[in-house]
Structure formats: structure tokens, C-alpha cells
Design a protein around this ligand. Structure first.
Ligand code: NAD
Length: 431
């Protein structure tokens, strides 16, 4: 439960007693405000989303009954460009969560300097309870409901938790049917056969690895032989684990929604991927040395810890137990502000989500550019450009952190919020 800091005037649709992830975001904004100079005049603009759309998503189930689901699209800030951010299908999706995720997209897009604002969408549904046909109907109806506010120059969704290339293909097709033209640029993370970009699937995990390598160099941690623990073995955690293993690190622990596995000598990540593809999770992987309880994951000593599952995983309750040198936030919002302070006091270097997982939106940007020009780049070109953008962003953030003597999170917020508010200021208020 996150309660509201006293200075915030809250809109009527929020519960001040339980702000959830949006409360975490507000605290992060409070930390950056003293560093914004004259731009702090505009900071209220970051504390309320520009536009929130709540939609009812009814579908006919396979058994003939009608089911209704709650859907959202939140456009947090569009000062620097059209909205950009993923769509999440999860039973715990709330408005507070989608608002926070949309705001973190504003910060992230500005941090890596891609010309987008921040947006996010979600449906409160457990997609594992739906058949493929039901999932398709849900996706198409949701797209139709939010088609009022999305579009290649307005707001461009992408995959997030429990959505993938197929869901993006259905979204693009639904939008194209409504608009009467092809509109490949309306979503990113599409299949390659439909204007998707090479390297997009791996981009977020690759970006986590690239900034991890930079952070490790600053901290004097050798990647070769480094002990890496990963929470979440999906698109982000799975790819990051592979890249660290390929670079010679030992992936000693992996946790997903099915269980927690440990091998101090290093898990065989390639074999684990095959196992997860066949069984749906890491539980009972024969290559593990031991299986431990869910909470025990936070007691495993590592050099690099990668939370890559859901938000608010590292809290004041488990942060004191965490023994690691570097945390790479693959997930969005995995660390609460209280935990942030505890870990910083313990000299843990935290590379924040808004920087560490920006590789996905960076290659989404490449996909969008390629779709507009109908000219597609090679995977090598994409990976080289991604690496350069992530390294430049990391180094710019590092320089601000050194200069202002703040954490990498606050430094990223300083850099990003300055860019957003400069755009806000030169555009001016309408009318
Ligand atoms: P995914 O659905 O591919 O994988 C999620 C993983 O988390 C799965 O392995 C799942 O088993 C695990 N998980 C779920 N609940 C868990 C729990 N309670 N405990 C431990 N593990 C659990 O999702 P993803 O695309 O890899 O996204 C993961 C995180 O990264 C999310 O926070 C997402 O917002 C963020 N992110 C994703 C992208 C992207 O391009 N996919 C980009 C930026 C940020």
C-alpha cells in the first residue's frame, strides 16, 4: 500500500489511501523536482496524465456466455511526440498501474531521446483462462474501443506482459479494418512478416545486457564469471539471461511464476529455454541443483540481480536481505522508493527501469521509422544502433549522477524530465 505524500492534490478517481504504483511514481517526481530549476514551474504537468480512456471490453465466450473486461489506455504526456507504450493483459491490472507505467514511458522515451511521449494500455484479464479465439476477440474489441485515440501519429501501442507479436498483428489488423488502410505504424513489436523489425523481440533484454556491461565496468565487476540472478524468464529476463551467459557470466538463480531454481555452478540457459517452452515454466527443471521457496530468491548472493517480472518486488521488507553489487531493472517499477534508499545505503548500484529496459522502445522506434519509409534495416545495423543509444544514454545519466551526487534513478529523471518540460515550455499552454 502506498499512501499519498501530503503535498499532492489528487484527482477524484484515485484512492489517497492506496495509490499503488502511481504513488511510487509521484515520490520519484518529488525527488527530481529540486533539480529542475526554473522548469519546476511546469512539474505539475508530470503529476497528472494528459488523457485517460477507460473502456468496457465485452466478448462472447466459446460456451456462448458474454464476459466483460475492464480496459484502459492512458496517455501520460505527449509534449515530445506521439504516445508510445505497451499493452498488458493481466488479472491485476489497475488504473493506478497503467497510469504509472504510462508515466515511466514518458521518462524512458525522453531518457533515450526517442521522439515519443508516454502511454500505456491494459486489460484486467488473466489471458491463460481464454482460448485463442477468445483472446483474439478480446484484442480486436479492445483495439476498436481505443481506436479513438491511437494511430501512427497519435499513440503507438506495443507488447508488454502477456501480449506478443500475434496480439500486435490482431491489433494492427483491427485498426486497419477500421481505418481502411494498411497502417503498419499503429503498433510495434509486430511479426517480421507484417512490418516488424529484426531484433525487436530481443531488444529489451539486449538493452539490459548493454547497460549492465557499462555498469559492471564502472563498478569493477567482470562479466566473465559474474553470478547473475534473474526474476522473470520471459521476453526480458530470458533474453538478458542468455546474453549474460553467452558473455561468460554464471546464471545461478532463476525465478518465474512457477518456481525458483538455483545452480551455483551456473544453469544451462539454452536448455532452460527449451524446458520452459515445453512445460511453461522453470519449475522442475532437471538441470537445477536445488529448488527453493519463492521468498528465498532474495537471499541468494549474486553480483548482478535482474528483476524482470512485475512491479514492487523489491520492498523495505526484502531489501535488507539482498546481497548483490548491481541491480538491473528489467521490469518496470520493481523497486519501491524505500527499498531504493536501503539498497543505495548498502552501496548497491541500481540501474533504473527507465534506463535499463529502454532497449525495447528504442527498437520499437526503429520499427516505426522503418514502417514509415518501407525500407528495412539488417539485424546488425539494428543491434549496433541500439547498443550505441543505450551506451550514450547510460553515460549521459552517469555524468549527471556524478555531477549532482544523486542515484542513477534520480539522474535519469533529471535528464528526462528536463527534456519533457523544455518541450512543454517552448510549446506553451494552449490556448
Ligand atoms: P513476459 O510475460 O514475457 O514474462 C514475464 C515473466 O515474469 C515470466 O517468466 C513469468 O513467469 C514471470 N512472473 C510473473 N509473475 C511472477 C511472479 N509473481 N514471480 C516471479 N516471476 C513472475 O513479460 P516481459 O515482456 O518479459 O516483461 C517483464 C517486465 O519487463 C514487465 O515489468 C514489463 O513491463 C517489462 N518490460 C518489458 C518490455 C518488453 O519489451 N517486453 C520492455 C520494457 C519493460
Amino acid at each position: 500500500m502506498t499512501s499519498v505524500p501530503a503535498q499532492h492534490a489528487l484527482p477524484s478517481y484515485l484512492n489517497a489511501e492506496d495509490l499503488g504504483p502511481w504513488g511510487v511514481y509521484l515520490q520519484q517526481i518529488d525527488r527530481v523536482t529540486p533539480h529542475l530549476g526554473s522548469l519546476s514551474r511546469w512539474v505539475e504537468t508530470l503529476k497528472r496524465p494528459k488523457r485517460i480512456l477507460t473502456v468496457d471490453v465485452p466478448i462472447e465466450r466459446d460456451d456462448g456466455t458474454i464476459a466483460h473486461y475492464e480496459g484502459y489506455r492512458v496517455q501520460h504526456n505527449m509534449s515530445r511526440g506521439p504516445g508510445k507504450g505497451g499493452v498488458r493483459f493481466h488479472q491485476d491490472v489497475t488504473l493506478s498501474e497503467v497510469m504509472a507505467l504510462s508515466a515511466w514511458m514518458t521518462v524512458k522515451n525522453a531518457a533515450v531521446n526517442v521522439p515519443y511521449g508516454g502511454a500505456k494500455g491494459g486489460i484486467r484479464v488473466d489471458p491463460k483462462t481464454l482460448s485463442r479465439g477468445e483472446l483474439q476477440r478480446l484484442t480486436r474489441r479492445y483495439t476498436s474501443e481505443i481506436s479513438l485515440i491511437i494511430g501512427p501519429n497519435k499513440d503507438i501501442p506495443a507488447p508488454d506482459v502477456n501480449t506478443n507479436e500475434q496480439v500486435m498483428a490482431w491489433m494492427m489488423d483491427s485498426y486497419a479494418m477500421i481505418e481502411g488502410n494498411l497502417s503498419t505504424g499503429v503498433v510495434t513489436g509486430k511479426p517480421i512478416s507484417l512490418g516488424g523489425s529484426l531484433g525487436r523481440r530481443e531488444a529489451t533484454g539486449r538493452g539490459v545486457f548493454v547497460v549492465g556491461r557499462e555498469a559492471a565496468a564502472k563498478r569493477g565487476v567482470a562479466i566473465e564469471g559474474a553470478r547473475v540472478a534473474v526474476q522473470g524468464f520471459g521476453n526480458v529476463g530470458g533474453v538478458a539471461a542468455t546474453m549474460f551467459a553467452e558473455a561468460g557470466a554464471e546464471v545461478i538463480a532463476v525465478q518465474d511464476h512457477t518456481g525458483t531454481i538455483v545452480h551455483q555452478g551456473g544453469l544451462d540457459v539454452a536448455l532452460l529455454h527449451k524446458f520452459v517452452a515445453e512445460t511453461g515454466g522453470v519449475a522442475n527443471f532437471p538441470g537445477a541443483e536445488q529448488t527453493i521457496g519463492r521468498d528465498g530468491f532474495w537471499d541468494i548472493e549474486s553480483d548482478i540481480l535482474i528483476p524482470a517480472a512485475l512491479e514492487q518486488q523489491i520492498t523495505a521488507a526484502n531489501a535488507p536481505r539482498i546481497r548483490t553489487k548491481i541491480i538491473l531493472e528489467g521490469a518496470n517499477g520493481p523497486t519501491t522508493p524505500e527499498a531504493d534508499d536501503i539498497l543505495t545505503d548498502k552501496d548497491v548500484l541500481i540501474v533504473p527501469d527507465v534506463l535499463a529496459n529502454a532497449g525495447g522502445v528504442t527498437v520499437s522506434y526503429f520499427e516505426w521509422v522503418q514502417d514509415f519509409s518501407s525500407f528495412f534495416w539488417t539485424e546488425d545495423e539494428i543491434n549496433a544502433r541500439l547498443t550505441r543509444i543505450m551506451q550514450d544514454a547510460f553515460n549521459a545519466v552517469w555524468a549527471v549522477a556524478q555531477d549532482k551526487k544523486v542515484t542513477l534513478r534520480t539522474a535519469t529523471f533529471i535528464l528526462a524530465c528536463t527534456r519533457v518540460l523544455q518541450a512543454r515550455e517552448v510549446r506553451g499552454l494552449y490556448p
